[in-house]
Design a protein around this ligand. Sequence first.
Ligand code: MN
Ligand code: MN
Ligand code: MN
Length: 277
Amino acid sequence: MVFDLHSHSNCSDGILSPQALVSRAKEKGVTVLALTDHDTIAGIEPARQAAADEGVTLVAGIEFSSRWGSREVHVLGLGLNTESPPLLEAIAQQQAARDTRAEAIGERLARLGIPDALAGARALAQGQVGRPHFAQYLVSIGRVKDEAAAFKKYLGAGKPADVKFQWPEMTQAIRWIHASDGIAVLAHPAKYPLTRTKRNALIADFADAGGEAVEVISGRQTNDITEDLAKMAETHGLAASCGSDFHRPDAPWQELANFGNLPERCRPVWTLLGYPA
Ligand code: MN
Ligand code: MN
Ligand code: MN
């Protein structure tokens, strides 16, 4: 069996529809696919139907944004009961956090003499409104020459329209997932700007909070990273997950199923989802 337990559709910041994502997964040899859009399960139902047609097994998932201290970290929920009221409430709360931030960015830009940025960004977004949509809007009205310039002048860290998210604590994200019958997986620990000591502390805290697994493999990465994360997972008694973090077809380092095998020492997270090791 080929497991890819981290992917995105255009219900969050991916490019493909849930149906097209499932078809591509099939094409790439994935037999068990988790759809883990950012803070939404809108793609799960259409993906489920496509998966049934294609003979792929779909795992209902999500990727929650959360906070560890002052840092943003992502927590995957796998095998969710998508009708669970706590899950639907959590998603509503995350959506509200995104809306609040988008409104605050819109207000900052209005004060800078760009009155319709929020409406403009909303019109450009398919679903969730994020900074890229504000950047696209600023380009479209000729305020900046390209999106990079929009970040450099307005939206980037420390710039006048930079507004931080108020995400919930990582422990809260884990509780939401457990209340929805899911397995909590710390997403891509090597991708946060942390020293090895801090990364280890994050994984320790995740385990203490009841999280079940660490994403030992996230797309193409070096063996050193894989081995190091496998060791940390083992040390803290956590299972191991693997996924591409697929967003778009033109990014081969995040292509579906395009990553190595979990090291022997790992206890695969799919055993917790009922699949054989
Ligand atoms: Mn993303
Ligand atoms: Mn992530
Ligand atoms: Mn992701």
